[in-house]
Design a protein around this ligand. Structure first.
Ligand code: NDP
Ligand code: X2W
Length: 338
C-alpha cells in the first residue's frame, strides 16, 4: 500500500519513516513537514537515502495516490485535515490526540478546545490493539492512544477484565523520556532543566488521565514525571486496599496476565520489574504485576518505548490488523542494548 507521512520531521514522524521503509506491505510515496519542507528525508532520518530519495514537501501539498496517510502532527491539526482525506477514500492513522475520545465533551474537557470535526469521533476506531483488536479490521480512521495511556492501560487491563479490582480509583505514576515532549525546544525540556533532574508535572489534570479513565472504566489519579532519558516510559500503577476484590499472588498472577495476553505478540509479562532499556527501539510492552499481601495492594510496572509502542509502532500494528496482515509485520526490529 502506498503511504505518506505528514509530520515526518517530528520525533514520532521520524520513527514512522524508519518503520514504513522496512515494512514489506508498505511503500513510502511522500513525506511532508512544516518548517522542514525542502529538506531531504536523509537529513533527518540517517540511512534512509537509499530507500527514499524524495524531499520533504509542505503540509497541504498533493498526496498523489497514497492509500494511507499517517498523521504525526501537533494537537488540533489532524481534525482539520481528516475529513478531506477520508472523503478522498484514504485510510487515516492519527498519532495525535484529536480522535482518541469517542465523546466530544470528553475531548473538550481534557483538551480545553472545541473539536472541529466532531462527527468523526463516532467513526474512529481506537487503536489500543491488545484491547480493541476485534474493532480494527477495515477501519478507515484509527486513533493511536497516548503514550502514558498505552503503558498504564495495558498494565492494568488484566486486573480490570478479570474483575480482580473494583470499579473505583486506580493510581498511576508515569515517567517519560524527554522525546515525549516533541522536538520543539522549551525551557522545561532544555538540557539544563532535565539533566540530573527528575520532576513531576501536569498534576491532577494531565490530559492522559481522561483517556486512561475511558479505557479502564474507573477514576484515575495520574502523576506524570519527566525523566532525564531520551526515550522510554515507565508506569507504576496501583490498586489500593479498598479496590482489591480478589488477591492473586506470585506466579499465579503472572500466568493470569499471560493468559489475558496469550494472543498479543508484543506483550511480555516479565518475572522481574522491567526498565525502559529492555524495550527501547521495539514495539514491546514489558509488564510485571505483583500483589502485596502486607498492604493489600496490586502494583504493576510497565515499560514501553514512547516513540514505538507509544506512537509509531502501535500505529503500524493497528494498520496491520486493519488490513488483515500479521500483527507483527514490519515490526520485528531488535532492541537497542547495551
Ligand atoms: N513524542 C511522543 O512520545 C508522542 C507523541 N504523540 C503525538 O504525536 C504527534 C506528533 O508528536 P511529535 O512527533 O512528538 O511532535 P514533534 O513536535 O516532534 O513534531 C511535530 C511535527 O509536526 C509538524 N508541524 C509543526 N507545526 C505544524 C503545523 N502548524 N501544521 C502542520 N504541521 C506542523 C512539524 O514539522 P516541522 O518540523 O517541519 O516544522 C513536525 O513534523 C503529536 O500529536 C503528539 O502528541 C503521541 C505519542 C507519543
Ligand atoms: C514528556 C512529555 O511532555 N510528554 C507528553 C505526553 C506525550 C505525548 O506526546 O502524548 P500525546 O500524544 O497525548 O501528546 C506530555 O506530557 O504532554
Amino acid at each position: 500500500m502506498k503511504v505518506v507521512i505528514l509530520g515526518v520531521s517530528g520525533y514520532t514522524g521520524q520513527v514512522l519513516a524508519q518503520l514504513v521503509l522496512r515494512h514489506p506491505g508498505l511503500e513510502l510515496t511522500g513525506v511532508h513537514g512544516h518548517d522542514s519542507a525542502g529538506e531531504s528525508l536523509g537529513s533527518i532520518v540517517p540511512g534512509s537515502e537509499p530507500r527514499f530519495g524524495g524531499i520533504i514537501e509542505p503540509i497541504g501539498s498533493d498526496l498523489g495516490d497514497a492509500e494511507v496517510v499517517l498523521l504525526a502532527l501537533p494537537h488540533g491539526v489532524s481534525q482539520m485535515l481528516a475529513p478531506k482525506l477520508l472523503d478522498e477514500g484514504r485510510i487515516v492513522v492519527d498519532l495525535g490526540a484529536d480522535f482518541r475520545f469517542a465523546d466530544e465533551a470528553d475531548y473538550e474537557f481534557w483538551y480545553r478546545s472545541h473539536h472541529q470535526s466532531p462527527e468523526l469521533l463516532k467513526r474512529r476506531i481506537y487503536g489500543l490493539v491488545e484491547v480493541t483488536r476485534q474493532d480494527l479490521p477495515a477501519a478507515r480512521l484509527i486513533a493511536v492512544p497516548g503514550c502514558y495511556v498505552t503503558a498504564a492501560s495495558l498494565g492494568l487491563w488484566p486486573l480490570v477484565v478479570r474483575s480482580l479490582i473494583s470499579d473505583d480509583l486506580v493510581i498511576v505514576d508515569g515517567y517519560s523520556g524527554v522525546s515525549g515532549a516533541g522536538k520543539s525546544p522549551k525551557a522545561s525540556t532544555h538540557f539544563v532543566s532535565v539533566n540530573e533532574n527528575l520532576s513531576a508535572y501536569g498534576l491532577l489534570d494531565h490530559r492522559h488521565t481522561g483517556e486512561m479513565e475511558m479505557n479502564l472504566g474507573r477514576r484515575v489519579l495520574f502523576t506524570p514525571h519527566l525523566a532525564p532519558i531520551s526515550r522510554g516510559i515507565l508506569a507504576t500503577s496501583y490498586a489500593l486496599p479498598d479496590q482489591v476484590k480478589t488477591p492473586i499472588m506470585g506466579d499465579e498472577l503472572l500466568e493470569l496476565y499471560r493468559g489475558v495476553y496469550a494472543d498479543s505478540p508484543f506483550v511480555r509479562v516479565t518475572e522481574q520489574p522491567p526498565g525502559t532499556r529492555q524495550v527501547q527501539g521495539t514495539n514491546f510492552i514489558a509488564i510485571h504485576p505483583v500483589y502485596d499481601p502486607r498492604t493489600n495492594r496490586y502494583v504493576v510496572i510497565s515499560a514501553i518505548d514512547n516513540l514505538v509502542k507509544g506512537a509509531a509502532g502501535q500505529a503500524i500494528q493497528a494498520l496491520n490488523v486493519s488490513q488483515g496482515w500479521p500483527e507483527e509485520l514490519g515490526l520485528d526490529q531488535i532492541g537497542v542494548w547495551p
